[in-house]
Design a protein around this ligand. Sequence first.
Ligand code: NAI
Length: 255
Amino acid sequence: MSRVRGKVVVVTGAAGGQGAAAAVALAREGAHVIATDLTPPALDGGAAGDDGRITARRLDVTDASSWADLATWLRATHGQVHGLVNNAGITWRARLAEVTGPDLARVHAVNLTGPLLGIQHLTPLMGPGASIVNIGSAAALTAHHPVAYTTSKWALRGLSAAASLELGPRGIRVNTIHPGFIDTPMTASAPDAFRTANLAQTPLGRSGTVDDVAPLVVFLISDESSYITGAEIPVDGGYTAHRGAKPVSDAMRGA
Ligand code: NAI
């Protein structure tokens, strides 16, 4: 119950879905989690483990002044930060012919500029051993059709790679998790056809849960992953690993 004991960890988009699960999992393992979202997350700090606790704060990841306020508060209250989980994200399901520049800007502001601002504002408070986890997507490894979302997540891979290079000499690690289809409010808002089509491409044959992802967040924030940086790890039931071969494999099984 103490894999991240004493670490101060900021989680964005922690009001629900994967962010809430990550925040609770980190607190259970002893972290002091600063759980942030557009409205301060109402999370059960009672579930926290030894020394673990959750403090809720408002943070709009697109707003530099919101990050500056958080950094000022963290400096005054804790003096340092050991972890950042850039989890906040939005989708927009317009396809190539319909997507607009403003759509692209709005989605990139949350999914790409948000993590950039977080890294810029919090790394001055980080020392050797600190860890940043960016939440990408299987969309960042494929030709996922919602253009604004997919381009934002591909770009986040670039940011993660550049940040892991830049911050390595300071002993700060940067890794990316690529979830597949995970049951959260985000996927609940998609048509049923989206779920069915995703599961058909998933070798494990089921959707993921937030508890499939949160343990990896804990591992990457913890010192157990101290030599892992610049890595991209899918948590997708094998969705991206077969690279399009599953329909052929399925067809040939009975042929
Ligand atoms: P969700 O919609 O349940 O949670 C996203 C959270 O981000 C919400 O609480 C929302 O209020 C917050 N948020 C949105 N804009 C914000 C802003 N400007 N500032 C601060 N917080 C903001 O979605 P879910 O599924 O938990 O997503 C978490 C991350 O996982 C996202 O980055 C998403 O793109 C990614 N992801 C999700 C997948 C899934 O199947 N659910 C698959 C692949 C990636």
